[in-house]
Design a protein around this ligand. Structure first.
Ligand code: ADP
Ligand code: MG
Length: 701
């Protein structure tokens, strides 16, 4: 069923093949439909025309209609030279001032034509004037800009330089809407429109691009936000109910020797939260349904142990498990920690990473296939095709946000039967985001830290306080404690970042002289042996300071470390800062996080730093992060973001619409699980067209 909306954008009059390529590349706009659904991200209110006599210097942007009565160029060459055009309407006169493009404006402006001008009044020498207003002839064929809310479209430098400035986009949009009039078919069933009081599709398209007024704009936006979130939730919930009904889960009823022995060997008691989560998991894996669970818990809350005890249950029932971590360092640490715990219990575990030597790989592959290995730790290396299990029953993804959708999906297909899945994250995810990203998962939360942990004291310092910080570090080292120093590493500025790290490292070595002090350094440009050597040096307590990039962000556990010093802290996101801070404060002594920043900070950065100093609640920080940065940036400088682009809904601002749309989608599915009812036909059609985009991730993430 092809519609004019599927037409290639190059066929829109005014676009053509060359410029369509640009739209394609810069904005991913390929069809008429894509372009129609390319919405303004803000609007300028040009519904009102002011009178000159109403103007006050304190006003924001205003629009006027009138004539130019006089044009004067004043001043000599140089910055004082300016063009002053006197503008008049029936109520008075005001000067329009131009410092640039004087010659062009002088030729272009005419004294007997009516113009619409738009600009911000300002006070200069006690008179009000308008500097560099937008100005255009008040002709009838230009109704888009006058008497409307004017949409402002997202754009890029390249687009603007190639004939797609905002006005040109708006003009094309007007043409497109005219062209498609009559084909703007409703995507929601009539009963949904009625029950939810939504504006019709065609009307909403018109009004989101060219709204008559604020109220209509609000209705149009609401319709698209609701629709977007509703279909997302419908898809996720449908997937979830499908999984619950159709997928058989491996039944792991037995609590056997492996579990019992290790439980007795633990040098401490599990926290109440850990016990509760293990119970929740046990309910899943004995239910006959496949588990697909997200485990959230702050850094250091003991998620890994929960994963290991679940793996022991799997082993007790004759199944293999694997735990996938995002970095080598972390995988090694998991492995070593587990080895200690599992020693003498008969559980066989192994480690597989990108650095595992070829001759060690082979026996691991064989023993996985024969079932000899019970528990495999590793990085991405463990999802390679060559890695085959005998009977994988349980798979864990640690710090799941570091993995792409495909990697997760690959793990899913490792067993004959789909294994039970546990994804773990220390980045607390706000409720709305969890509902979107993980709408088809069950969620467990560890909301309790092991006993004896003290909150980390967080301090903000700028470069000119560095000496004081160094003395403080020396006191800590004298007291037998260790120190992390972390530098940002961001792909776009990688070269500079490495340079900063190298310089920082030299400074530290200079200040903390050997042999009294030992400083280790870990970063991505090192040989693996060097990295492992320095990491061990620090982990074993033989180095006082570890200088590194944010590779240590996740997981690394050195209980004796008491200071986390973060360089250029303003460049990290809140969630990342929180993760880093979680690396200290694992022992019972007082711990410190020092946020080093430049002296001058943007408002945003200052707010982030202040928040860090004032709270240690990961969820509060995550909510703030979502509000301040938007979900796309939630993971800071890491890749990731949302699995599908939300075009208009904003997870931080539209949480109510999200929750409502989820409830509504659930209600529809409760009545019609397969959406086979005639009245839901439109839903199925739209869902199928969305499937391409979201199918993969809804199965596993
Ligand atoms: P997470 O992965 O949630 O950040 P880990 O599993 O790495 O946390 O645990 C952090 C540290 O706390 C580890 O050294 C672990 O041995 C320890 N730990 C875990 N659970 C407990 C507990 N119940 N009591 C004391 N220490 C614990
Ligand atoms: Mg961990």
């Amino acid at each position: 069923m092809s519609s004019i909306l599927d037409s290639d954008i190059k066929f829109l009059p005014g676009v053509g093949p060359k410029r369509s390529e640009l739209l394609n590349k810069e904005l991913n706009i390929k069809t008429f439909r894509d372009f129609l659904l390319f919405f303004p991200f803000r609007y300028i209110d040009r519904t009102k025309i002011y009178s000159v006599s109403d103007i006050e210097a304190s006003m924001s942007y205003i629009q006027l209609r009138g004539r130019i009565t006089r044009i004067n160029v004043i001043g000599e060459k140089g910055p004082a030279k300016r063009l002053v055009a006197t503008f008049a309407d029936a109520t008075g006169v005001i000067d329009l001032v131009f410092f640039q493009g004087i010659k062009w404006i002088k030729d272009w402006l005419k004294t007997n034509t009516e113009y619409i001008i738009f600009g911000k009044p300002s006070l200069f020498n006690q008179t009000i004037n308008i500097v560099h207003p937008e100005i255009e002839p008040a002709t009838e064929e230009n109704p888009i800009y006058v008497g409307n809310m004017l949409g402002v479209y997202p754009s890029t430098e390249r687009l603007r330089n190639n004939g797609f400035n905002n006005k040109q986009i708006a003009r094309l949009m007007a043409t497109l809407i005219k062209t498609c009039q009559g084909s703007l078919n409703e995507t929601l069933p009539l009963y949904v429109l009625n029950e939810k009081r939504l504006m019709q599709f065609s009307e909403a398209i018109q009004n989101i691009h060219f709204p008559k007024d604020l109220k209509t704009l609000g209705q149009a936006q609401f319709r698209f936000k609701f629709e977007e979130l509703f279909f997302l939730q419908l898809s996720l919930l449908k997937q979830k109910s499908f999984r619950e009904r159709a997928l058989n889960g491996i039944i792991m009823n037995k609590v056997g020797d492996y579990f019992d022995k290790c439980y007795k060997k633990l040098p401490f008691e599990l926290t109440g939260a850990q016990k509760r989560v293990i119970k929740e998991i046990r309910a899943d894996i004995t239910s006959g349904r496949q588990m697909n669970r997200l485990l959230q818990g702050d850094v250091g809350s003991g998620k890994t142990l929960v994963a290991i005890f679940t793996a022991l249950l799997a082993a007790d029932n004759g199944y293999q498990s694997c735990i996938m971590a995002p970095t080598e360092v972390l995988a090694v640490q998991h492995f070593k920690g587990a080895q200690k715990l599992l020693e003498g219990t008969g559980v066989k575990c192994a480690l597989l990473t990108g650095n595992t030597k070829a001759k060690e790989r082979k026996p691991i592959h064989e023993q996985l296939l024969s079932g000899e290995i019970d528990l495999l730790f590793g990085t991405h290396a463990l999802i390679e095709d060559i890695v085959q299990f005998n009977n994988l029953g349980f798979a864990v993804i640690d710090e799941q946000h570091r993995f792409g959708v495909e990697q997760r999906a690959k793990l899913w297909s490792k067993g004959e039967i789909i294994p039970h899945i546990l994804v773990m994250t220390a980045t607390p995810i706000p409720r709305t985001l969890a509902m979107t990203l993980y709408g088809d998962l069950d969620v467990s939360v560890i909301d309790e830290l092991p006993p004896g942990r003290k909150p980390v004291k967080t301090i903000h310092a700028s470069d000119n306080q560095r000496q004081r910080i160094y003395s403080f570090m020396k006191e800590q080292i004298a007291a037998g404690r260790q120190i992390f120093v972390v530098y940002p590493l961001i792909r776009e500025s990688e070269k500079m970042d490495y340079k900063n790290l190298q310089e920082g490292y030299m400074n530290i070595v200079e200040e903390f002289k050997a042999p009294q002090y030992v400083t280790a350094v870990v970063h991505g440009k090192q040989k693996n042996e060097d990295k492992a050597h320095d990491m061990d040096l620090f982990a074993s307590g033989n180095a006082n300071i570890l200088v590194s990039t944010s590779v240590i962000e996740v997981g690394v556990d050195v209980p004796n470390a008491s200071v986390m010093m973060i360089e250029s802290a303003e460049r990290f996101g809140l969630s990342q800062l929180h993760q880093l801070r979680g690396r200290v404060g694992r022992g019972t002594d007082e711990s410190y996080c020092i946020l080093m920043t430049g002296y001058k900070l943007s408002k945003e950065s200052r707010k982030r730093v202040e928040l860090m100093c004032s709270t240690s609640d990961g969820f509060e920080l995550a909510e703030a992060d979502l509000r301040m940065r938007g979900p796309g940036d939630l993971e800071g400088t890491q890749q990731s973001g949302l699995p599908i682009d939300l075009k208009i809904a904003n997870l931080a601002k539209d949480s109510q619409i999200l929750e409502d749309s989820r409830r509504y989608a659930q209600k529809i599915l409760d009545e019609d699980p397969h959406l086979s009812n005639e009245k839901n036909r439109a839903l199925t059609i739209t869902l199928n067209s969305l499937k391409k985009e979201i199918k993969d991730y809804s199965q596993i993430s």
